[in-house]
Design a protein around this ligand. Structure first.
Ligand SMILES: CC(C)(COP(=O)([O-])OP(=O)([O-])OC[C@H]1O[C@@H](n2cnc3c(N)ncnc32)[C@H](O)[C@@H]1OP(=O)([O-])[O-])[C@@H](O)C(=O)NCCC(=O)NCCSC(=O)C[C@@](C)(O)CC(=O)[O-]
Ligand SMILES: NC(=O)C1=CN([C@@H]2O[C@H](COP(=O)(O)OP(=O)(O)OC[C@H]3O[C@@H](n4cnc5c(N)ncnc54)[C@H](OP(=O)(O)O)[C@@H]3O)[C@@H](O)[C@H]2O)C=CC1
Length: 406
């Protein structure tokens, strides 16, 4: 490739010689990125040079972005270290949190410090499986039933077709849903340490080819929305998607009073009236206060697909007083889609976020690093729930944000 400058490359676009998305074929990725930034800046007559101050080679983002013009930077903080007793993650860990919401890291940090005072949080992954649900058109409901039976009879053949596309992925099961002459087949895979959406999609594509070859069903769309990816959906809340993960703690009453400035009974009442009854009245899928905050901040810090915060916030928080008058609190995230290989985890700053947790790359055995990341996020969510419920109990929410968030 001959060397060229960003200005010269931009000139060729202005002349109509090159299209904006073709520049990497004619220059190094950083030069192509700078040329596009010049072209975008001149359309608004603004200085956007700050977008060019990024900390990695643009070529490293080749599989993550098209038409790159630079990078936005989100401040990264840490909460903790927090003591975690998980199946896949144990010990004291800092939680990396990327956010622009002042007071959020302070809040999760307070929650972590209270978890430590109570002896740490327990976390467990209870279910795993990334799903893809194609929709097929069939003649009528009789044909729909026949297709469901065919799938049941030929699950080994479907498994072989799907698993031929991947070294790590395993087809766990296929759940059928019939709506008139529409058949949705929800394929669920163990994707090990990958979040698995590309893996599951490619594998399901091969299984669909077999179904079309062997039956009268016609594939309408490889994703029929019963998967359900990047949309609020009850199917994920009930059946799970990615990792289903729970974390909990019992906090002695004195610690709640001293560190959280409220009581176990007040936190339990707020949780019932706000997170359970209030959410039910609102028709919400999120029976929690702000699990999305911990999920989003840790997703950004560790290179997860940020659109999947939608499913990540499918969580229920419980809080109750124990017979001894202490506080039991838990959070259960039904559909946390996380990976420690592939996707955005390859980018250098996101890989560093995974390193802070000690979960970068493939686990031994495969799948344990993604389990560990899920457990860490669940603990961060628990810390955030405790701190916010307490701030509501002590009436500190608005003053906290007036002090730290403005
Ligand atoms: C702000 C606090 C923590 C003060 O809380 P406090 O108890 O007055 O603070 P403190 O000075 O006594 O410190 C207690 C601990 O908080 C942490 N802490 C304290 N300050 C910092 C700081 N600067 N940086 C890092 N950590 C900090 C730290 O762990 C510290 O312990 P230490 O380490 O000193 O032993 C508390 O009032 C709080 O957590 N408020 C709640 C804020 C919150 O949760 N915001 C979340 C976002 S709200 C939202 O987005 C969603 C919402 C609300 O709309 C959802 C809904 O509808 O519910
Ligand atoms: N295609 C789609 O419809 C959608 C795609 N996405 C995007 O998909 C990407 C995530 O897909 P995903 O499949 O996770 O990632 P990648 O497409 O980046 O693939 C990751 C690959 O890593 C390999 N691998 C190496 N070590 C391991 C290990 N220990 N465990 C598991 N896999 C391992 C696997 O190869 P092998 O399979 O050969 O074993 C796996 O397929 C994100 O960029 C996301 O934004 C998001 C939503 C929808």
């Amino acid at each position: 490739m001959t060397e060229t400058t960003a200005e010269a490359l931009a000139d060729r676009v202005r002349a109509g010689e090159l299209r904006l998305h073709e520049l990497e074929e004619h220059a190094a990725a950083d030069v192509a990125t700078a040329a596009r930034r010049l072209l975008v800046a001149e359309t608004v007559d603004a200085d956007v040079d700050v977008l060019g101050e990024y900390a990695f080679d643009a070529a490293a983002a080749d599989a993550n972005i098209e038409n790159m013009i630079g990078a936005v930077q989100v401040p990264l903080g840490v909460a903790g270290p927090v003591a975690v007793d998980g199946d896949a993650l144990s010990g004291d860990r800092y939680l990396p949190l990327a956010t622009t919401e002042g007071a959020l890291v302070a809040s999760i940090n307070r929650g972590c410090s209270v978890l430590n005072d109570a002896g740490g949080a327990t976390a467990r992954v209870t279910k795993r499986g990334m799903t893809r649900a194609p929709v097929f058109r069939v003649a009528d409901v009789a044909a729909a039933t026949a297709l469901v039976e065919w799938v049941d009879d030929n699950i080994s053949e479907l498994r072989a077709a799907a698993e031929a596309t991947t070294n790590h992925g395993e087809l766990v099961d296929v759940t059928p849903y019939v709506v008139g002459n529409n058949v949705y087949l929800r394929f669920r895979y163990d994707t090990k340490d990958a979040m698995g959406m590309n893996m599951a999609t490619i594998a399901t594509g091969e299984a669909c080819a077999l179904i079309e070859a062997e039956t009268d069903a016609s594939l309408v769309a490889l994703s029929g929305n019963l998967c359900s990816d990047k949309k609020p959906a009850a199917v994920n809340a009930v059946e799970g998607r990615g990792r289903s993960v729970s974390a909990d703690v019992t906090i002695p009453r004195e610690i709640v009073e001293e560190r959280l400035h409220t009581t176990p009974a007040a936190i339990a009442e707020i949780n019932t009236r706000k997170n359970l009854v209030g959410s039910a009245k609102a028709g919400s899928l999120g029976f929690n206060a702000h699990v999305a905050n911990a999920v989003a901040a840790m997703f950004l810090a560790t290179g997860q697909d940020e659109a999947q915060v939608v499913e990540g916030a499918n969580a229920i928080t419980t809080a109750e007083t124990t017979p001894e008058g202490d506080l039991y609190c838990s959070v259960s995230l039904a559909s946390l889609e996380v990976g420690t290989v592939g996707g955005g985890t390859r980018l250098p700053t996101q890989a560093a976020g995974l390193e802070i947790l000690g979960v970068r790359g493939g686990g031994d055995p495969a799948g344990t690093n993604a389990d560990a990341l899920a457990e860490a996020i669940a603990v961060g969510a628990l810390a955030g729930e405790l701190s916010l419920l307490a701030a509501l109990g002590s009436r500190h929410l608005s003053s906290a944000h007036a002090d730290l968030g403005r």
